[in-house]
Design a protein around this ligand. Structure first.
Ligand code: GLU
Length: 313
């Protein structure tokens, strides 16, 4: 897995981007959140952050975009540290095989979402992250965590996107209320949703995201200092959930093609971890039918082919 030492990483990253060029602008830009529909579909960026601290980028890797559901990986990390294994009383660990906002399983499974990376599961995680604090405290903790992990002074929320999410959040509101009806959300539903909508509306670049996720590639530690960020067992489990559940009903296809733990967002970002090696973030707003970036996945497929980074190699 340490093949990268002898590779020309910049050439590999450039090649992954040019491979994805053919798909630039293809797919559908999210329109159910109106503020996201205005994004230029031709954006395409990639960043690779390695455990030795080096970062390689190409294309629009420094442009901020809406990270959307990629945020679910980070809130899960924080909530797990806060609540511990008791979190699994409220949310499961199985792939859903359903779209990100599906309500059907929730009824049969009595308000316990299948996993923390689908919308109802992430909403339950937000409730657990709030705990006995207020919603703003949970959001502040998340923003500070992302700033520290990515090495930035500040990470910000795009308030226009957050407002748009809330105004058009009919399904997410239904999911949250449905779960609350089964007693699986403790705080007021609107407060929990305010955290969820804000976490989805965080703006970050590919470079920032790849750097922020490095702890997941280094067994839960800061790769450069060795400081513990989350327990090693939890980092491994989050990677397992990303592999099996990170792309909704497209998770099997993503594992088949790319073979890395990943999380997609409807803003067109995909974050993947390469355990023991580093983290990769790609962004291109055009999505496939399951909400995963089309050109982004093509770039990752090429990167994995060139590096041999699939965990199944
Ligand atoms: N904010 C989006 C929603 O809740 C997130 C979905 C995604 O990125 O997959 O619908």
């Amino acid at each position: 897995m340490d093949m990268h030492a002898s590779m020309d990483m910049q050439a590999i990253v450039d090649e992954a981007l040019s491979h994805a060029e053919t798909y630039r602008g293809h797919g559908e830009v999210t329109d159910y959140i109106p503020a996201l529909s205005k994004v230029d579909p031709n954006k395409l960026g990639i960043a690779v952050a390695l455990r030795d601290g080096s970062t390689y980028v190409a294309g629009d890797a420094d442009e901020l975009f809406s990270i959307q559901s990629i945020s679910k990986v980070f809130t899960l990390s924080l909530a797990l540290q806060r609540v511990g294994p008791a979190i699994w009383n409220f949310v499961g660990k199985e792939p859903s095989g359903s779209p990100f906002n599906s309500i059907v399983q929730l009824e049969a499974e009595e308000g316990k979402p299948r996993n923390p990376l689908i919308n109802p599961g992430a909403i339950v995680v937000c409730d657990q992250l709030i705990g006995d604090r207020n919603a703003d405290a949970a959001v502040d903790e998340l923003l500070q965590f992302l700033a520290e992990r990515s090495g930035e002074d500040h990470i910000r929320i795009d308030e226009q996107v957050a407002l748009s999410e809330s105004q058009y959040g009919f399904l997410n509101r239904s999911l949250a209320n449905f779960v609350a009806a089964f007693g699986n959300i403790k705080n007021p539903v609107e407060e929990v949703l305010s955290v969820y909508f804000r976490q989805c509306s965080i703006s970050m670049s590919c470079r920032q995201l790849a750097r922020a996720a490095l702890y997941l590639a280094c067994d839960g530690t800061d790769c450069s200092t060795g400081d513990a960020i989350i327990l090693p067992t939890r980092a491994r489990r989050i990677n397992a959930l990303m592999l099996t559940c990170g792309h909704y009903d497209n998770s099997g296809d993503f594992a088949f093609r790319i073979g890395l733990p990943g999380k997609s967002g409807v803003g067109g970002g995909i974050l993947t971890t390469v355990p023991g090696v580093g983290a990769v973030a790609v962004w291109s707003p055009g999505l496939n039918a399951a909400g995963t970036s089309l050109a982004g996945a093509m770039a990752l497929e090429k990167l994995v082919e060139s590096t041999g980074w699939s965990i199944f190699v």
